[in-house]
Structure formats: structure tokens, C-alpha cells
Design a protein around this ligand. Structure first.
Ligand code: GAR
Length: 191
């Protein structure tokens, strides 16, 4: 049975699009169906992209709401979809325990650094400012901490001679787009 998946985004959604493509014609084809894309920001470009693939989209605005209230709103909305997994793809919010316990061990995130070296926001800026020769992408389960959950896999990003922050981001995203689906396939295969 294909896993029923919702993708949560806040912005561009390039990882989301890579996962959608892989669920249609790539390595996730036999493993999952993307049933919903949800954004917490109204102007997230990813919403239109998801719609263009015929996927249901919803924006539930988080601005001005208390973290716990917002998360409970999401939980009650998401219930109707009978989801197997929640995939975070540039969803720029920390989830509270109310949300996490509902989807225990079924929320997966991509973090653009080695979570042992750098947690939280601004990972590519950190790599660039420290002139790193390489960095890592981490795909992990989400627990109650920030980027502390069980690691599914890490992948190297070569940053040698990367001269600008946008070059660092571009090289990283290129790796993210392939690696995230590979790690999802691994998880979906095991369960
Ligand atoms: C990606 O680099 C992702 O790893 C990062 O945000 C970007 C989203 O890009 N996520 C985090 O930093 C989570 N803390 P996208 O919207 O184009 O996929």
C-alpha cells in the first residue's frame, strides 16, 4: 500500500517539487502518494507549484497565533486525510509536542547541515561564513528538540571554490532534491 503523505512548506518548495516528481515518475512511485501540500504562509510559491501538479493545497496562516494553538489547528485539520507521514520541506516552524505526539515517528525533516555541527536556521549562511570546503545535508525524524531527532541519513555537499552564498545554496539544494527522496524511499521500504 502506498503511504499517504502531506508535505508542509513555508516558501519556494523546491524540495516539495522534487518529491512530487519522484512520487509520480521516480523512485517514490510505488511508495507514496502526496495527498496534500500545506503552507503556513500565504505567499509561499510552492502552493502554486503543487496546484500545477493537481495536488490539493491549503494555506493555514500561522502568523499571530500561539504555537500550540496553531499546531492543534493543524492536527484537527490533518485528521481527515488519514496520513501515514508528514514531510517537512522548508517548513520554517518549530512543532510543539501536541503535534509531534499525534504523528510520533512519522514526521520527517531535511536540514541543510550536519545536525551534529549546526542546528536551527541559517545553515548555508553558517557554511559560507566559515568558508567550509564541504557541508552535509541531514534527513531525520522530528522529535521535541530542534534538529535533534533520529538521523535517517547524511549526505556530503562539496563546497570547494564556492564563492558566493547563492552558490553554496545552489550546490546544497541540488543534493537535497535527490537525497531527500532517497531517504524517504528507505523509510517507506522499511515500514
Ligand atoms: C532547504 O534548504 C531546506 O533544507 C531548508 O530550507 C530550504 C527550503 O527550500 N530547511 C530548513 O532550514 C529547516 N530548518 P525549498 O522551499 O526550496 O525546499
Amino acid at each position: 500500500m502506498k503511504k499517504r503523505v502531506a508535505i508542509l512548506i513555508s516558501g519556494h518548495g523546491s524540495n516539495m517539487e522534487a518529491i512530487i516528481k519522484n512520487s509520480r515518475n521516480g523512485i517514490l512511485k510505488d511508495h507514496c502518494e502526496i495527498v496534500l501540500v500545506l503552507s503556513n504562509r500565504e505567499n509561499a510559491e510552492g502552493l502554486q507549484i503543487a496546484s500545477s501538479y493537481g495536488i490539493e493545497t491549503i494555506c493555514i496562516i500561522s502568523k499571530g497565533k500561539k504555537r500550540e494553538d496553531y499546531d492543534l489547528e493543524l492536527v484537527s485539520f490533518l485528521k481527515q486525510y488519514e496520513l501515514d507521514y508528514i514531510i517537512l520541506a522548508g517548513f520554517m516552524r518549530i512543532l510543539s509536542s501536541a503535534f509531534i505526539k499525534t504523528f510520533k515517528n512519522r514526521i520527517i525533516n531535511i536540514h541543510p547541515a550536519d545536525t551534529d555541527k549546526f542546528k536551527g536556521l541559517g545553515a548555508y549562511e553558517w557554511a559560507f561564513n566559515n568558508r567550509l570546503d564541504s557541508t552535509k545535508i541531514t534527513v531525520h525524524f522530528v522529535d521535541n528538540g530542534v534538529d535533534t531527532g533520529k538521523v535517517i541519513g547524511k549526505c556530503n555537499v562539496d563546497l570547494k571554490d564556492a564563492k558566493t552564498l547563492s552558490e553554496v545554496k545552489n550546490r546544497g539544494l541540488k543534493v537535497e532534491h535527490k537525497f531527500y527522496s532517497e531517504m524517504l524511499e528507505k523509510v517507506f521500504n522499511e515500514k
